[in-house]
Design a protein around this ligand. Structure first.
Ligand code: MN
Length: 236
């Protein structure tokens, strides 16, 4: 082929995130997520507390919502939850990354929300079904700006806090993560080739709960600024 093939339908828009201190933007390739990564959250969800293996899933890259944006209340739920999480942004990767080498592949860090349809209405629900319907829907991935490693290092402790309409709902510490960032990267890379542009949502602490249209969510993590989104009207 010496010429670019024409596209039969419009090309998807590349999701990008702002980078603090730079005019360049970070292109989002894939969004990996880790579930049940703080003991207190595992307990509030009624799960077991074994550390056998991290619970891994993905969200689509086009589910990103920018800081300051609105998240439409999704259909087929009346129990729409926030989960505030530390976001890791990759600059390189590959398969079989050693834990000792994992941090060298990180571009930066930020704040994200793993928005979740905790309960599905009029939909079969079983532990045997995959999590896509609960986790991987439109606008389910609000993400704040990325703070490069050169500015913030590699946060392994620090306050993680979410307010809904000014009331504190989540207030914990990154140091309480069960699976630490290097372990998460090493494990993911056994199954996927991590690539530049991949982001990882590293799990939420306890205090998850429902939101309704009009709620304003403000998440903060020490040294990583804040992420603000508003819950919009029900879309369907
Ligand atoms: Mn989560």
């Amino acid at each position: 082929m010496t010429h670019a093939a024409s596209l039969a339908v419009p090309a998807p828009v590349q999701s990008t995130l702002p980078i603090v201190g730079s005019d360049a933007r970070f292109p989002v390739r894939r969004i990996y997520c880790v579930g049940r990564n703080y003991v207190a959250h595992v307990r509030e969800m009624g799960g077991d507390e074994t550390r056998d293996f991290p619970l891994i899933f993905q969200k689509p890259a086009d589910s990103v919502v920018q800081d300051g944006g609105t998240v439409a209340y999704p259909p087929r739920t009346d129990n729409f939850h926030y989960e505030l999480e530390l976001m890791v942004a990759m600059k390189s990767g590959g398969y079989n990354i050693a834990e000792d080498d994992a941090l060298s592949h990180i571009f930066g860090y930020g704040i994200c929300l793993d928005m979740t349809r905790r309960t599905l209405l009029e939909t079969p629900d079983s532990p045997r079904l995959p999590w896509e319907l609960k986790k991987s829907f439109d606008q389910s991935a609000p993400c704040g700006p990325i703070y490069p490693v050169e500015r913030v290092g590699h946060p392994s402790a620090g306050r993680i806090r979410l307010e809904v309409d000014g009331a504190v709902r989540q207030d914990s510490d990154l140091g309480l993560m069960i699976w630490r960032t290097p372990e998460i990267i090493a494990t993911l890379s056994c199954y996927f080739s991590l690539e530049p542009g991949d982001i990882i949502m590293t799990g939420t602490p306890d205090g998850v709960g429902p939101v309704v249209p009009g709620n304003v969510l403000v998440g903060t993590i020490d040294n990583l600024g804040s992420l603000t989104v508003t819950i919009g009207d029900k879309v369907a």
